[in-house]
Ligand binder design. Structure first.
Ligand code: PLP
Ligand code: FVT
Length: 436
Protein backbone atom coordinates (compact mmCIF):
# COMPACT_ATOMS: atom_id res chain seq x y z
CA UNK A 1 0.00 0.00 0.00
CA UNK A 2 1.87 3.03 -1.18
CA UNK A 3 -0.60 5.21 -2.98
CA UNK A 4 0.90 8.61 -3.82
CA UNK A 5 -1.36 11.59 -3.33
CA UNK A 6 1.18 14.40 -3.41
CA UNK A 7 -0.81 16.58 -5.81
CA UNK A 8 -3.97 16.25 -3.68
CA UNK A 9 -1.91 17.26 -0.65
CA UNK A 10 -0.48 20.29 -2.45
CA UNK A 11 -3.91 21.35 -3.71
CA UNK A 12 -5.32 21.02 -0.21
CA UNK A 13 -2.60 23.33 1.16
CA UNK A 14 -3.52 25.82 -1.55
CA UNK A 15 -7.27 25.41 -1.04
CA UNK A 16 -6.87 26.11 2.69
CA UNK A 17 -5.59 29.59 1.81
CA UNK A 18 -8.69 30.50 -0.15
CA UNK A 19 -11.65 28.32 0.77
CA UNK A 20 -12.79 27.94 4.34
CA UNK A 21 -11.46 24.62 5.60
CA UNK A 22 -10.35 23.92 2.03
CA UNK A 23 -13.75 22.44 1.22
CA UNK A 24 -17.06 23.73 -0.06
CA UNK A 25 -19.04 21.42 2.18
CA UNK A 26 -17.80 20.38 5.63
CA UNK A 27 -18.82 16.77 4.93
CA UNK A 28 -15.89 16.56 2.52
CA UNK A 29 -13.27 17.28 5.17
CA UNK A 30 -11.27 14.38 6.64
CA UNK A 31 -11.45 15.91 10.13
CA UNK A 32 -13.54 13.04 11.51
CA UNK A 33 -11.41 10.27 10.01
CA UNK A 34 -8.01 11.18 11.39
CA UNK A 35 -7.42 14.35 9.36
CA UNK A 36 -5.23 14.93 6.34
CA UNK A 37 -5.88 16.10 2.83
CA UNK A 38 -9.14 15.07 1.22
CA UNK A 39 -8.63 13.54 -2.20
CA UNK A 40 -8.98 15.98 -5.08
CA UNK A 41 -10.74 14.24 -7.93
CA UNK A 42 -10.41 15.31 -11.53
CA UNK A 43 -12.64 12.89 -13.38
CA UNK A 44 -15.36 10.37 -12.73
CA UNK A 45 -16.93 7.76 -14.97
CA UNK A 46 -19.32 4.97 -14.12
CA UNK A 47 -18.37 3.50 -10.74
CA UNK A 48 -14.89 5.06 -10.78
CA UNK A 49 -13.17 8.21 -9.64
CA UNK A 50 -9.75 9.36 -10.88
CA UNK A 51 -7.78 11.73 -8.66
CA UNK A 52 -5.30 14.45 -9.57
CA UNK A 53 -2.43 11.98 -8.94
CA UNK A 54 -4.02 9.53 -11.41
CA UNK A 55 -5.13 7.01 -8.80
CA UNK A 56 -8.37 5.18 -9.52
CA UNK A 57 -11.05 4.54 -6.89
CA UNK A 58 -14.23 2.49 -6.83
CA UNK A 59 -16.76 5.03 -5.60
CA UNK A 60 -19.44 4.27 -2.97
CA UNK A 61 -19.99 7.91 -2.03
CA UNK A 62 -22.05 8.60 -5.15
CA UNK A 63 -21.76 12.29 -4.23
CA UNK A 64 -23.79 11.60 -1.04
CA UNK A 65 -26.55 9.90 -3.01
CA UNK A 66 -27.46 11.66 -6.25
CA UNK A 67 -25.21 9.67 -8.61
CA UNK A 68 -27.36 6.53 -8.69
CA UNK A 69 -26.70 5.85 -12.37
CA UNK A 70 -22.91 6.13 -11.93
CA UNK A 71 -20.82 9.11 -12.98
CA UNK A 72 -21.17 10.68 -16.42
CA UNK A 73 -23.98 8.39 -17.53
CA UNK A 74 -24.17 8.91 -21.33
CA UNK A 75 -27.94 9.51 -21.40
CA UNK A 76 -27.72 12.17 -18.69
CA UNK A 77 -24.59 13.74 -20.17
CA UNK A 78 -26.31 14.03 -23.53
CA UNK A 79 -29.32 15.70 -21.91
CA UNK A 80 -27.07 18.22 -20.14
CA UNK A 81 -25.11 19.02 -23.32
CA UNK A 82 -28.33 19.48 -25.24
CA UNK A 83 -29.72 21.76 -22.52
CA UNK A 84 -26.51 23.83 -22.48
CA UNK A 85 -26.66 24.29 -26.23
CA UNK A 86 -30.14 25.73 -25.87
CA UNK A 87 -29.25 28.11 -23.05
CA UNK A 88 -28.84 27.16 -19.40
CA UNK A 89 -31.11 29.66 -17.70
CA UNK A 90 -34.17 31.54 -18.94
CA UNK A 91 -36.02 33.06 -16.00
CA UNK A 92 -39.20 32.04 -17.81
CA UNK A 93 -41.29 28.88 -17.60
CA UNK A 94 -40.38 25.96 -19.87
CA UNK A 95 -42.21 22.89 -21.13
CA UNK A 96 -39.47 20.72 -19.58
CA UNK A 97 -40.61 21.74 -16.10
CA UNK A 98 -44.10 20.42 -16.83
CA UNK A 99 -42.66 17.14 -18.11
CA UNK A 100 -40.57 16.71 -14.97
CA UNK A 101 -43.46 17.69 -12.67
CA UNK A 102 -45.64 15.09 -14.40
CA UNK A 103 -42.96 12.43 -13.97
CA UNK A 104 -42.70 13.18 -10.27
CA UNK A 105 -46.47 13.18 -9.80
CA UNK A 106 -46.81 9.84 -11.55
CA UNK A 107 -44.18 8.30 -9.29
CA UNK A 108 -45.31 10.12 -6.12
CA UNK A 109 -49.12 10.22 -5.97
CA UNK A 110 -49.23 12.47 -2.85
CA UNK A 111 -47.97 15.38 -4.96
CA UNK A 112 -50.93 17.34 -6.32
CA UNK A 113 -48.63 20.25 -7.02
CA UNK A 114 -44.87 20.68 -6.94
CA UNK A 115 -42.34 23.49 -7.02
CA UNK A 116 -38.71 23.12 -8.09
CA UNK A 117 -35.91 24.69 -6.06
CA UNK A 118 -32.12 24.30 -6.05
CA UNK A 119 -31.26 22.03 -3.14
CA UNK A 120 -32.67 19.69 -0.55
CA UNK A 121 -32.07 22.41 2.03
CA UNK A 122 -34.35 24.83 0.20
CA UNK A 123 -37.00 22.16 -0.32
CA UNK A 124 -37.15 21.31 3.39
CA UNK A 125 -36.96 24.93 4.49
CA UNK A 126 -39.92 25.79 2.32
CA UNK A 127 -42.07 22.85 3.41
CA UNK A 128 -41.73 24.22 6.93
CA UNK A 129 -42.76 27.71 5.86
CA UNK A 130 -45.74 26.35 3.94
CA UNK A 131 -46.81 24.14 6.85
CA UNK A 132 -46.64 27.12 9.16
CA UNK A 133 -48.63 29.27 6.74
CA UNK A 134 -51.28 26.57 6.34
CA UNK A 135 -51.69 25.66 10.01
CA UNK A 136 -50.99 29.14 11.39
CA UNK A 137 -48.83 27.46 14.02
CA UNK A 138 -45.12 27.84 14.76
CA UNK A 139 -43.41 24.78 16.14
CA UNK A 140 -41.76 21.89 14.32
CA UNK A 141 -41.00 18.47 15.71
CA UNK A 142 -38.04 16.59 14.29
CA UNK A 143 -36.19 13.40 15.16
CA UNK A 144 -32.74 13.37 16.72
CA UNK A 145 -30.00 12.61 14.22
CA UNK A 146 -32.13 13.24 11.15
CA UNK A 147 -30.48 15.76 8.85
CA UNK A 148 -32.70 18.03 6.82
CA UNK A 149 -30.20 20.43 5.29
CA UNK A 150 -28.75 23.55 6.85
CA UNK A 151 -31.64 25.96 7.30
CA UNK A 152 -31.93 27.36 10.82
CA UNK A 153 -34.86 25.38 12.15
CA UNK A 154 -33.53 21.95 11.32
CA UNK A 155 -29.92 22.44 12.44
CA UNK A 156 -30.88 21.26 15.89
CA UNK A 157 -29.84 17.71 16.87
CA UNK A 158 -28.84 17.20 13.23
CA UNK A 159 -27.08 14.01 12.18
CA UNK A 160 -24.81 13.56 9.18
CA UNK A 161 -22.17 16.30 8.71
CA UNK A 162 -23.06 18.31 11.85
CA UNK A 163 -22.81 15.19 14.04
CA UNK A 164 -19.69 14.02 12.25
CA UNK A 165 -17.98 17.29 13.12
CA UNK A 166 -19.42 17.45 16.64
CA UNK A 167 -21.78 20.40 16.01
CA UNK A 168 -25.27 18.90 15.91
CA UNK A 169 -26.65 22.22 17.25
CA UNK A 170 -25.09 24.83 15.04
CA UNK A 171 -23.86 28.18 16.34
CA UNK A 172 -25.52 31.21 14.80
CA UNK A 173 -29.08 30.14 15.42
CA UNK A 174 -30.92 32.43 17.82
CA UNK A 175 -32.43 30.76 20.89
CA UNK A 176 -35.78 32.17 19.83
CA UNK A 177 -35.60 30.04 16.67
CA UNK A 178 -34.20 26.93 18.34
CA UNK A 179 -37.11 27.14 20.79
CA UNK A 180 -39.50 26.53 17.92
CA UNK A 181 -38.03 23.06 17.34
CA UNK A 182 -38.70 20.03 19.48
CA UNK A 183 -36.51 16.99 19.03
CA UNK A 184 -37.57 13.45 19.88
CA UNK A 185 -35.76 10.11 19.43
CA UNK A 186 -36.41 8.13 16.24
CA UNK A 187 -38.35 4.89 16.72
CA UNK A 188 -39.83 6.17 19.98
CA UNK A 189 -43.56 6.83 19.72
CA UNK A 190 -44.15 7.55 23.44
CA UNK A 191 -41.64 10.43 23.18
CA UNK A 192 -43.49 11.89 20.21
CA UNK A 193 -46.81 11.46 22.01
CA UNK A 194 -45.46 13.32 25.02
CA UNK A 195 -44.12 16.15 22.85
CA UNK A 196 -47.45 16.48 21.05
CA UNK A 197 -49.38 16.44 24.33
CA UNK A 198 -47.26 19.34 25.49
CA UNK A 199 -46.82 21.40 22.30
CA UNK A 200 -49.35 19.87 19.86
CA UNK A 201 -51.59 22.95 19.77
CA UNK A 202 -48.75 25.03 18.37
CA UNK A 203 -47.09 22.35 16.23
CA UNK A 204 -47.23 23.09 12.51
CA UNK A 205 -45.53 19.90 11.36
CA UNK A 206 -43.63 16.78 12.24
CA UNK A 207 -40.65 16.40 9.92
CA UNK A 208 -39.21 12.94 9.37
CA UNK A 209 -36.86 10.96 7.17
CA UNK A 210 -39.28 8.01 6.75
CA UNK A 211 -36.27 5.77 6.26
CA UNK A 212 -33.24 7.40 7.85
CA UNK A 213 -30.13 8.06 5.80
CA UNK A 214 -28.26 10.42 8.09
CA UNK A 215 -27.20 8.49 11.16
CA UNK A 216 -26.59 5.47 9.03
CA UNK A 217 -29.45 3.81 7.20
CA UNK A 218 -32.16 3.06 9.73
CA UNK A 219 -35.58 1.53 9.14
CA UNK A 220 -38.57 2.68 11.13
CA UNK A 221 -39.69 -0.13 13.43
CA UNK A 222 -43.04 -1.75 12.56
CA UNK A 223 -45.85 0.62 13.53
CA UNK A 224 -43.58 3.65 14.00
CA UNK A 225 -44.43 5.58 10.83
CA UNK A 226 -48.13 4.77 11.18
CA UNK A 227 -47.95 6.07 14.75
CA UNK A 228 -46.10 9.23 13.72
CA UNK A 229 -48.65 10.06 11.03
CA UNK A 230 -51.65 9.25 13.24
CA UNK A 231 -50.45 11.21 16.27
CA UNK A 232 -49.39 14.16 14.13
CA UNK A 233 -52.72 14.37 12.36
CA UNK A 234 -54.68 13.97 15.59
CA UNK A 235 -52.82 17.05 16.82
CA UNK A 236 -53.88 18.97 13.70
CA UNK A 237 -50.30 19.19 12.43
CA UNK A 238 -48.92 18.24 9.02
CA UNK A 239 -46.67 15.29 8.26
CA UNK A 240 -43.62 16.26 6.20
CA UNK A 241 -41.55 13.48 4.69
CA UNK A 242 -37.99 14.44 3.86
CA UNK A 243 -37.31 12.08 0.97
CA UNK A 244 -34.22 13.92 -0.28
CA UNK A 245 -32.17 10.72 0.08
CA UNK A 246 -34.91 8.08 -0.17
CA UNK A 247 -36.75 9.23 -3.33
CA UNK A 248 -35.79 6.94 -6.22
CA UNK A 249 -33.10 5.31 -4.05
CA UNK A 250 -34.78 1.97 -3.28
CA UNK A 251 -37.26 1.72 -6.15
CA UNK A 252 -38.79 3.98 -8.79
CA UNK A 253 -40.69 6.22 -6.36
CA UNK A 254 -40.52 7.18 -2.71
CA UNK A 255 -41.15 5.38 0.58
CA UNK A 256 -44.78 6.39 0.04
CA UNK A 257 -45.25 3.50 -2.41
CA UNK A 258 -42.44 1.26 -1.16
CA UNK A 259 -43.84 -2.22 -0.64
CA UNK A 260 -40.74 -4.38 -0.75
CA UNK A 261 -40.50 -5.14 2.98
CA UNK A 262 -43.61 -6.69 4.58
CA UNK A 263 -43.03 -4.76 7.83
CA UNK A 264 -42.76 -1.37 6.16
CA UNK A 265 -45.95 0.62 5.82
CA UNK A 266 -46.11 3.00 2.87
CA UNK A 267 -47.96 6.15 3.95
CA UNK A 268 -48.71 9.39 2.16
CA UNK A 269 -47.54 12.52 3.99
CA UNK A 270 -49.03 16.00 3.57
CA UNK A 271 -45.84 17.50 2.17
CA UNK A 272 -42.71 15.94 0.67
CA UNK A 273 -39.22 17.38 0.22
CA UNK A 274 -37.11 16.02 -2.63
CA UNK A 275 -33.59 16.50 -3.95
CA UNK A 276 -30.42 14.57 -4.85
CA UNK A 277 -31.32 11.79 -7.36
CA UNK A 278 -34.09 13.80 -9.05
CA UNK A 279 -31.45 16.20 -10.42
CA UNK A 280 -29.36 13.53 -12.13
CA UNK A 281 -26.22 15.04 -10.54
CA UNK A 282 -27.05 18.72 -11.10
CA UNK A 283 -28.31 21.02 -8.35
CA UNK A 284 -31.98 20.54 -7.62
CA UNK A 285 -34.63 20.29 -4.95
CA UNK A 286 -38.39 20.08 -5.11
CA UNK A 287 -41.28 20.10 -2.72
CA UNK A 288 -44.90 19.28 -3.13
CA UNK A 289 -48.03 17.92 -1.59
CA UNK A 290 -51.75 18.40 -1.23
CA UNK A 291 -53.29 21.04 -3.45
CA UNK A 292 -54.80 23.18 -0.71
CA UNK A 293 -51.52 23.25 1.19
CA UNK A 294 -49.37 23.99 -1.86
CA UNK A 295 -51.73 26.78 -2.86
CA UNK A 296 -50.41 28.71 0.15
CA UNK A 297 -47.35 29.42 -2.01
CA UNK A 298 -46.91 32.64 -4.01
CA UNK A 299 -48.18 33.69 -6.50
CA UNK A 300 -51.37 31.88 -5.41
CA UNK A 301 -50.99 32.33 -1.68
CA UNK A 302 -49.28 34.36 1.03
CA UNK A 303 -46.21 32.14 1.65
CA UNK A 304 -43.28 33.46 -0.37
CA UNK A 305 -40.71 31.24 -2.05
CA UNK A 306 -38.71 32.07 -5.16
CA UNK A 307 -35.49 31.30 -7.03
CA UNK A 308 -33.45 32.77 -9.88
CA UNK A 309 -32.04 29.33 -10.72
CA UNK A 310 -35.14 27.31 -9.87
CA UNK A 311 -36.30 24.90 -12.56
CA UNK A 312 -33.34 25.73 -14.80
CA UNK A 313 -33.32 23.70 -18.02
CA UNK A 314 -29.98 22.01 -17.30
CA UNK A 315 -30.99 20.56 -13.92
CA UNK A 316 -34.45 19.64 -15.15
CA UNK A 317 -33.08 17.95 -18.28
CA UNK A 318 -30.56 15.97 -16.21
CA UNK A 319 -33.33 15.00 -13.81
CA UNK A 320 -35.66 13.79 -16.55
CA UNK A 321 -32.84 11.79 -18.13
CA UNK A 322 -31.94 10.23 -14.78
CA UNK A 323 -35.54 9.20 -14.10
CA UNK A 324 -35.72 7.72 -17.61
CA UNK A 325 -32.67 5.57 -16.89
CA UNK A 326 -34.19 4.44 -13.59
CA UNK A 327 -37.33 3.15 -15.34
CA UNK A 328 -35.37 0.24 -16.82
CA UNK A 329 -36.72 -3.07 -15.54
CA UNK A 330 -34.59 -4.88 -12.96
CA UNK A 331 -32.27 -1.96 -12.30
CA UNK A 332 -33.07 -1.69 -8.58
CA UNK A 333 -32.90 -5.46 -8.07
CA UNK A 334 -29.40 -5.47 -9.52
CA UNK A 335 -28.27 -2.75 -7.11
CA UNK A 336 -29.90 -4.66 -4.26
CA UNK A 337 -28.14 -7.89 -5.22
CA UNK A 338 -24.73 -6.21 -5.39
CA UNK A 339 -25.28 -4.42 -2.07
CA UNK A 340 -26.28 -7.72 -0.47
CA UNK A 341 -23.16 -9.42 -1.80
CA UNK A 342 -21.01 -6.59 -0.47
CA UNK A 343 -22.73 -6.27 2.91
CA UNK A 344 -22.68 -10.05 3.51
CA UNK A 345 -19.02 -10.21 2.51
CA UNK A 346 -18.10 -7.31 4.83
CA UNK A 347 -19.92 -8.95 7.75
CA UNK A 348 -18.16 -12.28 7.16
CA UNK A 349 -14.76 -10.66 6.79
CA UNK A 350 -15.16 -8.46 9.90
CA UNK A 351 -16.35 -11.43 11.92
CA UNK A 352 -13.36 -13.51 10.79
CA UNK A 353 -11.06 -10.83 12.17
CA UNK A 354 -13.06 -10.34 15.38
CA UNK A 355 -14.15 -6.81 14.46
CA UNK A 356 -17.61 -5.88 15.82
CA UNK A 357 -19.63 -4.59 12.85
CA UNK A 358 -23.33 -3.89 12.43
CA UNK A 359 -24.50 -3.31 8.86
CA UNK A 360 -27.91 -1.82 8.15
CA UNK A 361 -28.75 -2.60 4.54
CA UNK A 362 -31.75 -1.20 2.73
CA UNK A 363 -31.83 -2.38 -0.88
CA UNK A 364 -28.88 -0.82 -2.76
CA UNK A 365 -27.46 1.12 0.17
CA UNK A 366 -26.15 0.33 3.62
CA UNK A 367 -24.31 1.79 6.57
CA UNK A 368 -21.42 0.29 8.52
CA UNK A 369 -21.37 0.75 12.29
CA UNK A 370 -18.37 -0.46 14.27
CA UNK A 371 -20.23 -1.80 17.29
CA UNK A 372 -21.83 -5.02 18.47
CA UNK A 373 -25.35 -3.74 19.04
CA UNK A 374 -28.16 -2.93 16.61
CA UNK A 375 -28.49 0.65 15.38
CA UNK A 376 -32.11 1.80 15.46
CA UNK A 377 -31.77 5.38 16.70
CA UNK A 378 -29.29 8.23 16.94
CA UNK A 379 -27.97 7.32 20.39
CA UNK A 380 -27.08 3.85 19.17
CA UNK A 381 -25.45 5.30 16.05
CA UNK A 382 -23.35 7.65 18.16
CA UNK A 383 -22.33 4.82 20.45
CA UNK A 384 -20.08 3.25 17.81
CA UNK A 385 -16.34 3.35 17.32
CA UNK A 386 -15.47 6.39 15.23
CA UNK A 387 -11.71 5.80 15.55
CA UNK A 388 -12.00 2.33 14.08
CA UNK A 389 -14.22 3.69 11.31
CA UNK A 390 -11.61 6.38 10.60
CA UNK A 391 -8.84 3.80 10.31
CA UNK A 392 -11.00 1.54 8.15
CA UNK A 393 -11.86 4.50 5.91
CA UNK A 394 -8.17 5.35 5.39
CA UNK A 395 -7.17 1.71 4.78
CA UNK A 396 -9.89 1.40 2.14
CA UNK A 397 -8.93 4.69 0.51
CA UNK A 398 -5.30 3.57 0.27
CA UNK A 399 -6.54 0.57 -1.70
CA UNK A 400 -8.67 2.63 -4.07
CA UNK A 401 -12.05 2.35 -2.39
CA UNK A 402 -13.81 5.69 -1.85
CA UNK A 403 -16.28 5.95 1.04
CA UNK A 404 -17.83 8.97 2.76
CA UNK A 405 -15.45 10.26 5.46
CA UNK A 406 -18.02 9.83 8.23
CA UNK A 407 -19.30 6.94 10.31
CA UNK A 408 -22.85 8.24 9.81
CA UNK A 409 -22.99 8.25 6.01
CA UNK A 410 -24.17 5.43 3.77
CA UNK A 411 -22.48 3.39 1.07
CA UNK A 412 -24.45 3.80 -2.16
CA UNK A 413 -24.44 1.26 -4.95
CA UNK A 414 -25.05 2.58 -8.44
CA UNK A 415 -26.23 1.02 -11.68
CA UNK A 416 -22.58 1.18 -12.84
CA UNK A 417 -21.08 -1.09 -10.16
CA UNK A 418 -20.25 -4.66 -11.21
CA UNK A 419 -19.72 -7.95 -9.42
CA UNK A 420 -15.99 -7.53 -10.06
CA UNK A 421 -16.05 -4.15 -8.27
CA UNK A 422 -17.63 -5.85 -5.27
CA UNK A 423 -14.98 -8.59 -5.30
CA UNK A 424 -12.18 -6.01 -5.44
CA UNK A 425 -13.84 -4.07 -2.59
CA UNK A 426 -14.17 -7.19 -0.44
CA UNK A 427 -10.54 -8.11 -1.03
CA UNK A 428 -9.56 -4.60 0.12
CA UNK A 429 -11.84 -4.87 3.15
CA UNK A 430 -10.29 -8.20 4.11
CA UNK A 431 -6.89 -6.50 4.25
CA UNK A 432 -8.31 -3.46 6.06
CA UNK A 433 -10.00 -5.59 8.75
CA UNK A 434 -6.80 -7.60 9.22
CA UNK A 435 -4.94 -4.36 10.00
CA UNK A 436 -7.48 -2.67 12.28
C1 PLP B 1 -32.55 13.83 4.18
C2 PLP B 1 -31.88 15.06 3.70
N1 PLP B 1 -32.56 16.20 3.63
C3 PLP B 1 -32.02 17.34 3.16
C4 PLP B 1 -30.73 17.37 2.76
C5 PLP B 1 -30.14 18.66 2.25
O1 PLP B 1 -29.91 18.60 0.87
P1 PLP B 1 -28.84 19.57 0.16
O2 PLP B 1 -27.50 19.12 0.63
O3 PLP B 1 -29.09 19.34 -1.30
O4 PLP B 1 -29.16 20.94 0.57
C6 PLP B 1 -29.97 16.23 2.80
C7 PLP B 1 -28.56 16.28 2.35
O5 PLP B 1 -27.78 15.56 2.64
C8 PLP B 1 -30.55 15.04 3.28
O6 PLP B 1 -29.85 13.91 3.39
N1 FVT C 1 -26.13 12.80 4.15
C1 FVT C 1 -25.69 14.11 4.32
C2 FVT C 1 -25.28 14.72 3.07
O1 FVT C 1 -25.48 14.16 2.05
C3 FVT C 1 -24.62 16.01 3.15
C4 FVT C 1 -23.74 16.29 2.00
C5 FVT C 1 -23.13 17.63 2.19
O2 FVT C 1 -23.71 18.47 2.88
O3 FVT C 1 -22.04 17.85 1.65
Amino acid sequence: MSMQRTRSEALYEEALKHIVGGVNSPSRSFKAVGGGAPVFMKRAEGAYFYDVDDNRYIDYLAAYGPIITGHAHPHITEAIVCAAQNGTLYGTPTELEIQMARMLKEAIPSLDKVRFVNSGTEAVMTTIRVARAFTKRNKIIKFAGCYHGHSDLVLVAAGSGPSTLGIPDSAGIPTSIAQEVITVPFNNLPALKEALERWGDDTAAVMIEPIVGNFGMVMPEPGFLEGVCKLTREAGALVIYDEVITAFRFHYGTTQTFNVFPDFKAIEPDLTALGKIIGGGLPIGAYGGRKEIMEQVAPLGPAYQAGTMAGNPASISAGIACLEVLQEAGIYDRMNDLATLLADGLRASASKHGIPLTINQIRGSFSTHFCNHPVTNYDEAQDTNGDVFGRFFKLMLEQGINLAPSKYEAWFLTTAHTKEDIEVTLAAAEIAFSKL
